[in-house]
Design a protein around this ligand. Structure first.
Ligand SMILES: [Zn+2]
Ligand SMILES: [Zn+2]
Length: 346
């Protein structure tokens, strides 16, 4: 089969690899669509991911396809079934899992290798996070469950209620999912981004005001100006850079909440005004990843078209084009998520 392998910083190669052999409880999926993701872009630029990838590694984590084979002991899944899998599953037994804190599981099992013609789904993911796709949902739409599940968890952590002022920093695919979900909660969304196509999409998804950060000198001042001088009730950062984390905290009102959602590089530190943190009674949270519950909820929202997942997919390409696609995505342009079709290469 053809598969993309990440060798290091900005080094992805599409190679011939043996199709995986499957064993007890495992499922082989023939991938119909894989999606590019901001996390993949970070991994591509940095050459590693602190939790998810050690190079050289199979690459990509958002995908949907058809079951090509099932191992002994697999229940409820048959060859030919259309399925989507999450890119992880918690162990269910450790100190953290017993307390329901699945995203900090001692042994969170990650799955990479979406940019390939086939992928082996480990037994633990088959049991917890492999879901049949409803007939009316396309493979590309179904593959959106992973990023949407992460955002649903972020929304749960934010506890945003109707009428709240929420400042959103960063309008990549994740920030744009937040726009839509925050509007469903009735929040007033002040969205800050850079690329014009994404600013427009934020507006179409319901953002109450959108700003190009290159044209706004003082972002916290802008937020205060729109919130009767207080600052935002909640700020959600979706950039993954220490300057954006610090900016997010600067935009929060007294007693407010900053959600620092974009993971930063290993070794990153951020500056915090301790006086402000304490006496202004700020809350800071930094949710990472998703849970099996959020994966199911994400597929439900996509199937009911509450989230029109197709709006997040701006381009399509074949697997052999992946290195070129990743290089393009690193540039500021109109691309959002690219649907990769691995079967087009045979
Ligand atoms: Zn992702
Ligand atoms: Zn665990």
């Amino acid at each position: 089969m053809l598969a993309a392998v990440l060798y290091g910083k900005e080094d992805v190669r599409v190679e011939r690899r043996p199709t995986p052999y499957i064993g007890d409880g495992e499922v082989l999926v023939r991938i119909e669509t894989a999606l590019t993701c901001g996390t993949d872009m970070k991994v591509y630029r940095r050459g590693y991911h602190a939790r998810m990838i050690q190079v050289p590694s199979a690459f990509g984590h958002e995908f949907a396809g058809r079951i090509a084979a099932t191992g002994p002991g697999v229940d409820g899944f048959q060859v030919g079934m259309r399925v989507v899998a999450a890119n992880s599953a918690p162990c269910g037994r450790c100190f953290y899992c017993r307390r329901g804190a699945f995203t900090v599981c001692d042994d969170l099992l990650f799955l990479n290798g979406a940019y390939a013609q086939y992928i082996k789904i480990p037994a633990r993911i088959v049991k917890q996070n492999l879901l049949p796709i409803p007939d009316h949902v396309s493979f590309a739409e179904a593959a959106m469950v992973e990023p949407l599940a992460c955002v649903l968890r972020g929304i749960d952590e934010s506890r945003v209620v109707e009428g709240e002022n929420v400042a959103l920093l960063g309008l990549g695919p994740i920030g744009l999912l937040f726009v839509r979900l925050l509007k469903l909660r009735g929040a007033r969304v002040l969205a800050f981004g850079r690329r014009p196509a994404r600013l427009r999409l934020a507006e179409q998804l319901g953002a109450d005001a959108v700003f190009n950060v290159d044209l706004v000198g003082d972002i916290p001042g802008q937020v205060r100006g729109l919130t009767e001088g207080r600052g935002a009730d909640t700020v959600i950062e979706c950039v993954g850079h220490p300057s954006a984390w610090e900016l997010a905290v600067d935009c929060v009102r007294r007693g407010g909440l900053a959600i620092l959602f974009g993971g930063c590089a290993t070794g990153t530190t951020v500056r915090l005004d301790a006086e402000r943190l304490h006496y202004d009674q700020l809350t800071i949270k930094s949710p990472f990843h998703h849970t099996p519950h959020h994966i199911r909820e994400a597929l439900r929202l996509i199937a009911r078209r509450v989230i029109d997942a197709s709006r997040w997919i701006s381009h399509r390409a074949s697997l052999v084009d992946l290195p070129r696609v990743l290089a393009h995505l690193a540039q500021p342009n109109g691309m959002l998520k690219v649907a990769i079709h691995p079967q087009e290469n045979d």
